[in-house]
Ligand binder design. Structure first.
Ligand code: PEP
Ligand code: MN
Length: 362
């Protein structure tokens, strides 16, 4: 497929505005054949709008595959010529920007490890001054929304008109079921701050494995994200980076088919999305409440230790009356009925007593 430069620009525009926008391709460009074959298979599905491939890979540890480098850019250009798919690559320096532009990359993205560094984002923004190209910016590795917003502002201040966001989850200490915890309330907050801006989800880097991809992709759709970036490889198990999370183009097509895009009718769609957003907020608050209750019980355990050491009874009526009085007053200010506050505190108190009982009799 041969496409002129101006019609390619139009096509990129059309894709940029399409919902859902589906971006797919390998984590890393590895060989010419791998890039070409992945692109051809993706194009054949008819479900993919843009081809992604990492050319420069910021890796956690040295010695891991750090990307094929500039050598891979002609492969992407060739893949675009053959399939008609616009291309997108990750840039982290001004030099990356120049190289990518020289090989007609259509959309740039800024990776999570770059968004964390305002110097790097500013360097990229400066290199893009006066250039008309869409740029996607991933959330920073850690959950800092102001840093993400700052990155967006740097790009916009450099005159970029088309800026979009990619949610790829946040690093959290300790093992969770996700490689990067989705913390859905955070992209939801970004949608609130930038209601008109494209926001897509990258389930591959959230999950870090194949099993969770489908449910994370579905969740993002239910939350009214504007599209998906999913990593695909012709031979995922042997990928040079992120092997565990990549799927074949064929599997991608099956996954996209299985997604429920909810309602066509915009009123209903808005309703569903508003509902999903509110439910996510409730889940978040519930998680926080449970965490706090867990902390409260730990403090009660400590008090239990003291009481044991000093031979004091568990129940001290005055203290309990004080707690309830405080709670009634505060509850009233917050619109919580006396009846609810009583029932809630009875349950918390009982759990506390059980904890202390265990400690004092252990
Ligand atoms: C990637 O998209 O391959 C990548 C390196 O992602 P992230 O910046 O989200 O870690
Ligand atoms: Mn990757």
């Amino acid at each position: 497929m041969q496409t002129s430069i101006s019609s390619m620009k139009e096509m990129v525009q059309e894709k940029w505005n399409k919902r859902p926008l589906i971006i797919s391709g390998p984590c890393s460009a590895e060989t010419e054949e791998q890039v070409m074959e992945t692109a051809v298979q993706l194009a054949r599905t008819g479900k993919v709008d843009m081809l992604r491939a990492g050319i420069w890979k910021p890796r956690t540890k040295p010695g891991m595959f750090e990307g094929i480098g500039t050598k891979g850019l002609p492969w992407l250009l060739q893949a675009k010529k053959i399939t008609g798919l616009p291309t997108t690559v990750e840039v982290a320096t001004a030099k990356h920007v120049q190289d990518a532009l020289q090989f007609d990359v259509d959309v740039l993205w800024i990776g999570a490890r770059t968004t964390v560094n305002p110097f790097s984002v500013q360097e990229i923004a400066d290199a893009l001054r006066g250039v008309d190209i869409p740029v996607l910016i991933k959330n920073p590795v850690h959950p800092d929304l102001d840093l993400w917003c700052g990155g967006i502002e740097r790009l916009q201040k450099a005159g970029l008109q088309q800026v979009g966001m990619i949610h790829r989850g946040f690093a959290s200490y300790g093992n969770t079921e996700f490689r990067n915890a989705p913390m859905w309330h955070l992209p939801i907050e970004m949608k609130r701050r930038f209601p008109e801006m494209l926001l897509i989800c990258d389930p591959s880097h959230i999950c870090g494995n194949r099993t969770l991809l489908q449910s994370v992709a579905q969740k993002s759709i239910d939350l009214d994200f504007g599209g998906l970036m999913l990593e695909t490889h012709i031979d995922p198990d042997h990928a040079w980076s992120d092997a565990k999370q990549q799927v074949t183009p064929e599997r991608l097509a099956e996954m996209l088919d299985a997604l429920v895009w909810r309602f066509e009718n915009t009123d209903e769609k808005e309703f569903i999305s508003a509902l999903a957003t509110l439910r996510e907020q409730i889940n978040q608050v519930d998680d926080e409440l449970l965490t706090l209750l867990g902390q409260r019980m730990k403090i009660a355990d400590k008090i239990g230790d003291y009481k044991k050491d000093n031979n004091i009874t568990i129940l001290q009526t005055n203290r309990w009356n004080d707690i309830l009085d405080r709670a009634f007053k505060k509850g009233e200010l917050l619109g919580l009925s006396r009846e609810f506050v009583t029932r809630y505190f009875d349950a918390v108190h009982l759990e506390s007593i059980n904890h202390q009982n265990k400690i004092m009799n252990s």
